[in-house]
Design a protein around this ligand. Structure first.
Ligand SMILES: Cc1cc2nc3c(=O)[nH]c(=O)nc-3n(C[C@H](O)[C@H](O)[C@H](O)COP(=O)(O)OP(=O)(O)OC[C@H]3O[C@@H](n4cnc5c(N)ncnc54)[C@H](O)[C@@H]3O)c2cc1C
Length: 264
């Protein structure tokens, strides 16, 4: 624990310097943080400052003899890379977000207060203003339930039934890129590398093949459910639940069931 007035509100440089100093003094085998927006800033900064190896966005970490073995996603979630790092000195690692891991009760860690020279936290970075990106009328990146529609919907007139499903589930409608390119949906609803990243509790992908560029935007969704008539569609490799069926049969049934169960 480091207490300092310069750490009262988030400043990446100050937080990274304080963290790096703690890591330098404590010399842990592993410095672990979450691959959140904060972790994405702090981890590389700490690693660079101390000249340590960094392995980011890990899906799993294991100690195997003298090595740390880390699995991390590449090309969205389409592939995984396994890295093996000899555990000499400290390794900086960040864990991917998302709901794939189980929470476990960890034993309470000892908290030690560290005195850090105030001059060490003199920083050049100052936060002048915090800006919110324009979200349009619907912000898919903040929604808890997101229904994704893809080219499998076949015709723009069918988008309405997908809107109805999203509304019945209390969620918002998002889409894959072709629907934006075709002018069927606005760009702010696009999920993926050239669209938005979603952080939903549930993502229901209907008629979406699961191209790497799309999947890159759903890595943080806690539960992914896919409806696709092609059992070999890549979306089933990342989905937690899959329905191999015609979406035009599944979606009306889901709407009916969601409306029946909904308690407003
Ligand atoms: C530089 C670059 C950036 C890109 N960025 C993005 C991005 O940000 N987001 C994005 O989404 N894509 C992006 N793409 C495009 C991406 O590569 C794919 O082309 C796109 O994601 C495919 O969209 P889709 O799954 O809707 O369509 P398709 O790949 O055509 O898949 C349609 C799916 O619907 C299924 N289907 C058809 N009919 C039915 C039915 N009746 N019931 C159920 N299933 C059915 C089919 O089996 C198929 O799997 C990008 C591409 C490039 C090159």
């Amino acid at each position: 624990m480091v207490e300092h007035p310069g750490l009262e509100s988030y400043n990446p440089e100050a937080f990274a310097k304080a963290t790096a100093e703690a890591v330098r003094r404590l010399e842990p085998r592993l410095f672990l943080c979450a691959h959140t927006f904060t972790g994405m800033e702090i981890a590389p900064w700490v690693a660079a400052r101390l000249g340590l190896p960094l392995v980011s966005n890990c899906l799993s970490l294991a100690v195997d003899g003298p090595d740390l073995v880390a699995d991390r996603p590449t090309h969205g979630l389409a592939w995984q890379t396994r890295l093996r790092l000899p555990m000499r000195g400290t390794i900086v690692a960040s864990m991917a977000r998302g709901g794939t891991r189980q929470r476990v009760e960890a034993p309470a860690a000892a908290v030690e207060a560290l005195d850090i020279d105030p001059a060490m936290l003199d920083v050049r970075t100052c936060i002048r203003e915090t800006l919110r990106p324009e979200a349009g009328e619907v912000d898919i990146s903040r929604a808890e339930v997101v229904v994704g529609v893809g080219r499998g919907v076949r015709d723009p007139s069918n988008v309405a039934v997908m809107e109805e499903l999203a509304a019945a589930l209390g969620g918002v409608l998002a889409c894959s890129r072709p629907l934006v390119d075709l002018g069927w949906m606005p760009q702010e609803r696009q999920v993926g590398v050239s669209g938005k990243e979603i952080h939903a509790k549930v993502y229901l992908a209907c008629g979406i093949s699961g191209a790497a560029q799309h999947v890159a935007g759903i890595a943080d969704a806690q539960t992914i459910i896919a409806v696709n008539q092609d059992a070999n569609a890549p979306i089933f490799r990342v989905a937690h639940y899959g329905v191999v069926a015609d979406l035009f049969e599944v979606v009306p049934a889901l709407i009916e069931e969601a409306k029946r169960r909904r308690v407003d």
